[in-house]
Design a protein around this ligand. Structure first.
Ligand code: ADP
Length: 277
């Protein structure tokens, strides 16, 4: 079942001469993990903002084409241009690059409960969801902490828990690990893989493509507001020279396997043993 369908999407910011998105069409299946790659300014963040209606409702501009979300549980369809963000965000939850921009409560627990209270859920259900979401991201033992005291990785996992607790079938993330140290990055990546195992559809924009090459079902490469390439990591990996030309950071093992004429290898431990490096 398709949970997102984007048809011939164009968007131009006010006062901007060139469009940020031009003729973007794609669909996302339930349970897929999609990686979005592309050089800086290629339209990746703008694209994510169209998924839960921030564009065109909160950020206005010249918008045409359509984005349709489908709730996989009920089959209901919502055209983003005609549906309020409050409704759309129950289907697509957005996590941003800087977790601090999403955290503003006094305790970890309150942070996760906040949106649920606004949704008007009963107390018992709020408790249950908070416990579940903190468990998924591995923060159950930090419930009473003051969010600014958490590490960068913990803050990002808290931001993910706050979105997850709303139980959106799709979670879209804009460079969720780019500001984290290696340990924080690894912990957040583990959580992302766990979300996928929970059956959540995940759309991730990342500048560093290593995690996505290894784990995504499909990669989509943006350039100049258009989709330049899309396919499985294997298919996109076969075009590694184009990715490098675009300035996309690709896994060293992919470059190497390409140069050696091997089929694409996405991480060093997957190199065939007969190749000595
Ligand atoms: P990416 O996420 O790939 O770096 P963006 O979606 O942020 O790309 O940007 C796409 C294009 O839209 C760029 O040319 C950028 O300068 C422009 N842009 C992004 N945000 C705004 C904004 N708020 N107002 C005007 N132009 C913007």
């Amino acid at each position: 079942m398709k949970v997102i369908e984007v048809r011939n999407l164009h968007f131009r910011y006010p006062r901007s001469r060139t469009p940020a998105l031009s003729g973007v069409s794609l669909s996302v299946d339930r349970g897929e993990m999609i990686g979005i790659l592309g050089p800086s300014g290629s339209g990746k963040s703008t694209f994510l903002l169209t998924l839960n209606g921030i564009i065109p409702h909160s950020i206005r501009g010249e918008f045409s084409g359509e984005v349709v979300l489908r709730n996989p549980l009920t089959g209901e369809e919502f055209k983003t241009s005609k549906t309020p963000v409050s409704k759309l965000s129950t289907i697509v939850g957005l996590v941003f690059q800087n977790p601090e921009s999403q955290l503003f409560n006094m305790t970890v627990e309150d942070e996760v409960a906040f949106a649920l209270e606004n949704m008007g859920l009963p107390r018992d259900e709020i408790e249950e969801r908070v416990e579940w979401a903190l468990g998924v991201v591995g923060l159950s033992n930090k419930r009473d902490e003051f969010p600014p005291n958490l590490s960068g990785g913990e803050k990002q996992r808290l931001a993910i828990a706050s979105v997850l607790a709303m139980k959106p079938p799709v979670i879209a993330m804009d460079e969720p690990t780019s500001q984290l140290d290696p340990m924080g990055k690894r912990d957040v990546e583990r959580v992302i893989l766990k979300l996928r195992r929970e059956g959540i559809t995940v759309v991730i924009v990342e500048h560093d493509s290593r995690f996505l090459f290894k784990n995504a079902d499909r990669l989509i490469v943006f350039d100049g507001g258009r989709i330049l390439l899309q396919g499985t990591p294997r298919e996109v990996g076969a075009r590694v020279d184009e990715l490098v030309d675009l300035g996309i950071k690709v896994p060293m093992s992919l470059l190497l396997s390409h140069r050696l004429g091997l089929s694409p290898v996405f991480s060093p431990e997957d190199f065939p043993s007969r190749v000595s490096l």
